[in-house]
Design a protein around this ligand. Sequence first.
Ligand code: SF4
Length: 467
Amino acid sequence: MMLEKCSFCKKGECIKPVKVEKNHPGKAAAKIRIEADGSYFQINQDGGAQKLEKAKITLNDCLACSGCITSAESVLITQQSHEELYKMLAFNKTAAPNEQKLVVVSVSPQSRASLAARCKMNVLETAKKLTTFLKSLGVHYVFDTTFSRNFSLLESQREFVKRFRKQSEDKKALPMLASACPGWICYAEKTHGSFIIPYISTAKSPQQVMGSLVKGHFAEQQHLTPDQIYHVTVMPCYDKKLEASRPDFFSQEYQTRDVDCVITTGEVLRLLEQEGISLSDVDPAPLDTMFSSITEEELTSHSGGGSGGYLEHIYKYAAKELFGIQVDTIQYKPLKNKDFQEVTLEKDGVVLLQFALAYGFRNIQNLVQKLKRGKSPYHYVEVMACPSGCLNGGGQIKIEGESSKDLLQQVEKLYESLKTEIPEKNQTVNELYEHWLGGMDSEKAAKALHTEYHAVEKTSTGFNIKW
Ligand code: SF4
């Protein structure tokens, strides 16, 4: 037996036992040694070391272990692909005008940075050329999920402060755990269910806030019902397809999802290849501004790293709101590895706030174990399933001949090249709160910007993962 990483979700810590033929029958294995480069050696009883051959785990293999992805989820994933987008665009070309759908594509900033690295262009050029390309296929609007992330960050900030204030009466108010990563949510619901769910922030991810905006406000503006819009997102991972498929994001009334189809960054590249188009040769188009954070032909981003900057925004807001302390820069303290870092706010030797970011399943497991033992010192944790976060998502583009480390650095540099904005200062966001949602604390705002989680019953198979 040897253990191998799953090639589907790329989170790297999901492991499944695989049978490997022994080259030396009759000699019992004493132990397995794992080298720093990830290769496995079987140490035989005679002291000799034998390198074990690698076994690939595909999505189909994954289906055997209910700890990660189920066959129903695999169907949901295949229902959302660039082929599905093609089908919708082809349908629009032949359908009667009153049956055609308005096609909206919302692009994540992580995907844009990955495409920019692949095409050796800056992020703005990439956005403009991608807009031209998508529109040439029949897409009507191309938006940017940085805009919807403003709502996600603002709601997370306010939720944290509310939870902090009620921590003495609600033992599970803190730590608040991030909610934007569906890989983490999927694991939490399946593996730790009702124990962990109360800790998870209810704020919707940028993808799902965009879903509310497009099928809610934008549909109203266009005088369309939500089912007359086909909403596609471009995301850095496959897990976003599962997120879009959650029943919580389905409208029974209109029989439509907030996000109809999620395609990965890699699938956008496949679209380009199928069309025989190189993005760098495409003419740039003006950016659609309806819901994007674009002003005067500029793109913006948020500070705090490639996974959205949740820790940073919540930390600064909470320091000011709860303790009247203005924090301008944040000092991260790496713990066991670069994917587990801590930030502490102290005054007169007293710890006021202690936040952490935990990326990748190894760190998530440690965090959950600490929580279970009542040993977690944190008030908030930015939890992300992928090592190095969203810029390193499993759906991002790989470049042949480029090491994944170098490529990630390029993508990070491009992602960070944009001017950052402060969600509180975005006028359009404030207006939407007021006019579309009827205020920050309205019922409509709660429905459009928050969600809930559901513990998943464990099924027992011989391959269940022990986390
Ligand atoms: S860390 Fe980001 S890219 Fe990775 S699974 Fe979570 S949301 Fe997707």
